[in-house]
Design a protein around this ligand. Structure first.
Ligand code: PRX
Length: 653
């Protein structure tokens, strides 16, 4: 049976469906299913109505203009994202409401109101201006999950300087490449970040990176862990010293709807990460609308999106969406098993969290750890659960619903991407009947389809490519510095009107979408996107490696695990030491998330006549063999298998 077929079989073994509980439905933000028809009949009117929830200093001239694949939303409109996230709430008397309930990993905590957040943002925005940052200049941010991370993002948005956040788990080299691609002027980092009681040396990494970043003029460092690191006079500044001199008000930059809000790098099918470009008006409109309707936001809610701001989920559903909706959010700095495996549940109990949004990988880890950890805590404040980042297996869905949600909380499985900016396929929890494992149906005002190789719509019941057939406000406008790649990646296969997501999907008889994973060379490891080429490049960057091919295999916990086939240069041996060296090397070049789970040393890689590595074949080898949990050594059997296969498949793929 093929992989997609196996997935479908597994999905179909759980046939229960879950209509919204009556109590939930009665109070839901969206109760009338007519919203789908209304929005479907006139997408633009629907999105214009959503944009009307924001504060604009000038109303747009046109809702949507299209020169496919290029699109603008709310052209001519002016607004500032931070005015929408902060000032307007404070001016309306909501300054004392808590914006963030922050929990540090070591046990310290901070509560930040909207009024305080606005002042903190203004001080840093002034500091950035004092360092010469102007509208359009890029600012890189490399921080752990501390309040200064959203503050830094918002300070950039205040003055119209696009931010580019790099996940704190990325290496110095990965940071360097992203800074250089964005040509950032300023880097905001911290001395360190806490992770499982250890200090991740962010500033040391930043120093290594910046050494090869000619565009960086200033580095601002937050004091978090108190660890030692060198200071470069003239370039380096302490965050607390800079902001102490600044007034707590700052004139917001009046931004056009289509002005850049941020860049965020994500993996594509080549070794070079793509700088995804998001603009201001359409993005803010859609993250606010989806956040309010999908997470059913009421004034008293405590919303916890347990992602990292280094990923798009954090941008849209920790920072911009929740703040635009004047929501109280939880932010947690550290690992879920620190000091013990019940850390999340203790946070939920402490802050009476009502909505939890996380990834299937985390849910599967909690399942593995056992029910005793959530069992120790009062989780009765929860009323809604969400998942994102990868397909959720029905077993994990049902565990989440039962053990965490006490069978009373709808589970919204939300499908979207860095490029889509906001959720596109998801239930509306007061309306949609849920089916475990399905992200259900497109959000109002979104048009999705499943098509075959020729681009023809596949009838219900069938599978194919997931595509979006109508523009939406938060779509990435381009790839930074590489418009051709944007067109090539998303709009080549079926023409400029059809966005190709890169995911396989199937629709059932009710029109529900079942996501089947990536259909390109992008892997989804623990909810993180990584390209096979990126890891291959990191491997061949090691002087002892002649060639490398990377594929994935299914993994119970992480969704997909990374398997590397490596051919060493003559004279080097694929032993335990070499294994450790290569894993360390990949960590150094990309970060720990990209470390291969298995490395198979082989004297050869199977290739087509034209010299292309036969990845599909290697995938079969990786999937058909029981590889050890940790990296295994050269395996004579596999090597032989590869040779056999090469001999039996002499033609081009
Ligand atoms: O394959 C899909 C998977 O994650 C990819 C997007 O990854 P990224 O840009 O890192 O954004 C992740 C967070 C939005 C998609 O192409 N994916 C995301 N959500 C789901 C999903 N797969 C199945 N079900 C989901 N709910």
């Amino acid at each position: 049976m093929s992989e997609p077929q196996r997935n479908i079989e597994a999905l179909l073994s759980e046939r229960r469906s879950f209509p919204p509980p009556q109590a939930f439905r009665d109070r839901a933000v969206v109760r009338d299913p007519a919203i789908y028809e209304t929005a479907g009949a006139d997408h633009e009117a629907f999105w214009a109505e959503q944009a009307g929830h924001l504060r604009w200093s000038r109303i747009w001239d046109s809702v949507m203009e299209r020169d496919a694949p290029w699109v603008t939303w709310f052209k001519g409109g002016h607004l500032n994202a931070t005015v929408n996230c902060l000032d307007r709430h404070v001016e309306a008397g909501g300054g004392d409401k808590v914006a963030y309930l922050w929990e540090g990993e070591p046990g310290d905590a901070r509560t930040i109101t909207y009024g305080e957040l606005l002042e903190d943002v203004c001080r840093l925005a002034n500091a950035l201006r004092s360092l010469g940052v102007r509208k359009g200049d890029r600012v890189n941010i490399y921080l752990g999950m501390i309040p200064e991370l959203p503050i830094a993002m918002l300070a950039c948005a205040r003055i119209g300087a696009p931010h580019s956040v790099v996940f704190g788990g990325f290496s110095a080299e990965a940071l360097r490449d992203r800074i250089n691609d964005a040509e950032a002027k300023v880097l905001i980092t911290a001395d360190g970040a806490w992770r499982r009681g250890q200090v991740v040396p962010l500033k040391a990494n930043a120093d290594d990176a910046v050494r090869e970043c000619p565009s960086i003029e200033h580095v601002i460092t937050v004091r978090r862990c108190g660890n030692e690191h060198p200071f470069t006079a003239g370039r380096d500044h302490w965050y607390h010293e800079l902001v102490a001199e600044q007034p707590p008000t700052c004139e917001p930059e009046d931004m056009e709807a289509e002005d850049l809000l941020y860049l965020l790098y994500t993996s594509g099918t080549t070794g070079k990460p793509k700088g995804i470009v998001h603009t201001t008006g359409g993005y803010l409109t859609q993250v606010a609308a989806t956040h309010r309707m999908i997470f059913d936001i009421h004034d008293e809610d405590v919303f916890w999106c347990a992602a990292d701001c280094g990923w798009v989920t954090g941008h849209s559903y920790i920072v911009y969406g929740p703040l635009a909706n004047h929501t109280t959010g939880v932010m947690y700095e550290g690992a879920p098993d620190w000091p013990d495996k019940d850390r999340w549940w203790s946070i939920i109990e402490k802050h009476r969290v009502s909505i939890l949004y996380t990834a299937p990988t985390a849910i599967r880890a909690f399942m593995r750890w056992g029910t005793e950890y959530p069992g120790k805590h009062d989780l009765s404040s929860l009323r809604l659960l969400g998942t994102v980042g990868e397909p959720i297996n029905p077993e994990a869905w049902v565990w989440y619903w039962t053990v965490i949600g006490g069978e009373r909380c709808p589970v919204v499985d939300t499908w979207w991407q860095t490029e889509t900016g906001a959720i596109l396929i998801s239930p509306l929890p007061g309306i949609t009947t849920l089916k475990p494992g399905s992200a259900t149906i497109p959000f109002p005002g979104i048009a999705a389809d499943v098509v075959d190789e020729t681009g023809a719509s596949v009838p219900l019941g069938g599978g194919g490519y997931l595509v979006l057939t109508h523009p939406w406000p938060a779509i990435a406008r381009t790839i930074w510095g590489d418009a051709d790649r944007y067109v090539e990646t998303y709009f080549r296969r079926f023409g400029p009107d059809v966005y190709v997501a890169g995911d396989g999907a199937r629709r059932d008889e009710d029109g529900y979408f079942w996501l089947l994973g990536r259909i390109d060379d992008v892997m989804n490891v623990a909810g993180h996107r990584l390209s096979t080429f990126e890891i291959e490049s990191a491997l061949v960057d090691d002087a002892k490696v002649a060639e490398a091919a990377v594929v994935s295999r299914p993994d119970d916990l992480k969704g997909e695990a990374i398997v590397a086939f490596v051919t060493l240069k003559t004279g080097f041996e694929g032993d335990g030491e070499m294994l450790a060296e290569l894993r360390e090397h990949v960590t150094k070049v990309i970060g720990p998330i990209a470390k291969p789970d298995n490395i198979i040393f082989t004297p050869d890689l199977p290739k087509t006549r034209s010299g292309k590595i036969m990845r599909r074949l290697l995938r079969d080898v990786a999937r058909g063999n029981s590889l050890g949990d940790v990296t295994t050594l050269a395996n004579a059997e596999i090597v032989e298998l590869i040779h056999d296969m090469v001999e039996t498949v002499p033609t081009d793929e």
